[in-house]
Design a protein around this ligand. Structure first.
Ligand SMILES: Cc1ncc(COP(=O)(O)O)c(C=O)c1O
Length: 453
């Protein structure tokens, strides 16, 4: 399947094609409602991938600006990654005993880690890792309350559900007690209608007052995404996270940076926190960490790791976390990020792509804001540039489908578009994807009443 030249989009049938449709309908008869929106909207069944492209069951090839929501860091079917997993699968899959693979994964993680966060526990999913970080914060501080941010997302399990900063948690109450949300520095949509830097980071002053007035005085942790993924790839000003770290210190609480999306070279640096120079007390990692293999982790210092009950035997382990296959996935991902200079590629190709998307902002009235760091780019599609009112979902779903028809898979079905391709994407592939967006936006401008609801 490997070709010498990276692939470019090539769509030869209607999308979804007949084979995709057949597979999708087979699934649809049995799959429970609630599957990922992008999968329902696309209706496409992918057959294989290569680097930053995906090919469907009908042989159509798409540039992937999605990467399984920033999961496929090394892209699809990375040769060394897949053969290492294959080799390990033939030897040993199960168990939480020491293994050469896990020792290597932990060493590589420690080498990449910021500051003192040289120790790690491995888990299988993101929410599980965030839950573990919260148990650690309780063990360390002997307090139980947690602060998170509007627009934040940390998973859907019981302990973190109440930390989601939007309405998607509605209907699941009662939520855990002692959870407080404060506004994020989402400056394009500032809830205080202020402008940075004249605002003097008023949102942090507001958070301080909000916590003081609403908490029971037992804040164990502030949980924060260094840049918000689910909210729309939102990038706060660089001096905001240091101010949040100071607030955590004032509260004698841990700062937990949820690097699930922003870690592992996604933002053009190894970690999202590096952009602001903040060393968090704890980091949660996952997604791109295993390039598609379900593995996540909590990264912490020697000192915090001793806290009990977290540090007691079996108190922070799990059935699958860090099993031999997961460990190989982590080790091979880190090795490839280093060997293939993917931090640099993320920065370079990300800057190029950001430039192309900023050109689209000049060209189309409904492109309201474009922002990004590395291969983590967000774009707000708006009805009204002055008020920032977002385009309707009806319009953005059309944008998603028109892009797919032309060979681009991107999270453009929400008006806060998220672009997070595999880190291996080439300049030519990024240009091809941006050109498709340009073509689709021109088509929407000429054919769709995008101002209407
Ligand atoms: C920042 C962040 N934290 C945690 C999670 C939860 O990860 P998972 O879906 O693997 O439970 C996500 C998932 O999107 C995320 O974006």
């Amino acid at each position: 399947m490997t070709t010498s030249e990276p692939r470019l989009p090539n769509v030869r049938t209607p999308v979804p094609g007949p084979k995709s449709r057949e597979i999708f309908e087979q699934e649809q008869r049995l799959i429970a409602p609630g599957r990922q929106r992008i999968s329902s909207l696309a209706g496409v069944a992918f057959d294989h991938g290569e680097g930053a492209t995906l090919t469907d069951a009908d042989g159509n090839t798409y540039v992937d600006f999605f990467a399984g929501v920033a999961v496929a860091s090394l892209g699809h079917a990375h040769p060394q990654f897949t053969s290492a997993l294959e080799r390990q699968a033939r030897r040993l899959i199960v168990g939480t005993f020491a293994s050469a693979g896990r020792a290597e994964a932990l060493r590589l993680l420690a080498e990449a880690a910021p500051g003192r966060l040289k120790r790690a526990h491995l888990y299988s999913g993101g929410a599980e890792a965030v839950e573990a970080a919260l148990r650690l914060a309780r063990s360390v501080t002997k307090k139980h309350e947690v602060v998170s941010f509007w627009g934040g997302f940390h998973g859907k399990t019981g302990g973190v559900l109440g930390l989601i900063g939007d309405e998607s948690k509605q209907g699941y109450g009662p939520l855990s007690a002692g959870r407080y949300q404060v506004p994020y520095a989402d400056c394009y949509r500032c809830p205080f209608k202020m402008k940075y830097p004249q605002c003097g980071l008023f949102c942090v002053d507001f958070a301080r007052a909000q916590i003081k007035n609403s908490s029971a005085g037992a804040i164990a942790a502030i949980l924060v995404e260094p840049m918000q993924g689910t909210a729309g790839n939102v990038v706060p000003p660089d001096d905001w996270l240091p101010a949040v770290k100071s607030l955590a210190k004032e509260l004698d609480a841990l700062l937990i940076a949820d690097e699930m999306i922003t870690g592992f070279a996604r933002t053009g640096k190894w970690w999202g926190v590096e952009h602001s120079g903040v060393e968090p007390d704890v980091m949660t990692v996952g997604k791109g960490m295993g390039s598609g293999f379900p593995v996540s982790g909590v990264m912490l210092s020697d000192e915090l790791g001793k806290a009990e009950p977290f540090g007691k035997p079996s108190a922070s382990s799990s059935s699958y976390g860090g099993n031999p296959l997961a460990a190989v996935a982590v080790a091979e991902t880190i090795k490839a990020i280093n060997a293939e200079k993917l931090v640099e590629n993320s920065r370079k190709v990300g800057a190029l792509l950001l430039g192309r998307l900023l050109d689209l902002k000049e060209k189309y009235e409904f492109v309201g804001d474009v922002r990004g760091r590395g291969l983590f780019i967000g774009m707000d599609l708006v009805r009204d540039e002055k008020t920032g009112e977002l385009l309707s979902r009806k319009v953005t779903e059309v944008i998603f489908k028109e892009a797919l028809k032309r060979g681009l898979l991107a999270m453009s079905y929400f008006p806060r578009v998220r672009i997070n391709p595999p880190l291996v994407i080439t300049a030519a592939q990024a240009e091809a994807g941006a050109a498709i967006l340009d073509e689709v936006f021109a088509w929407v401008r000429d054919n769709v009443d995008w101002r209407a609801a």
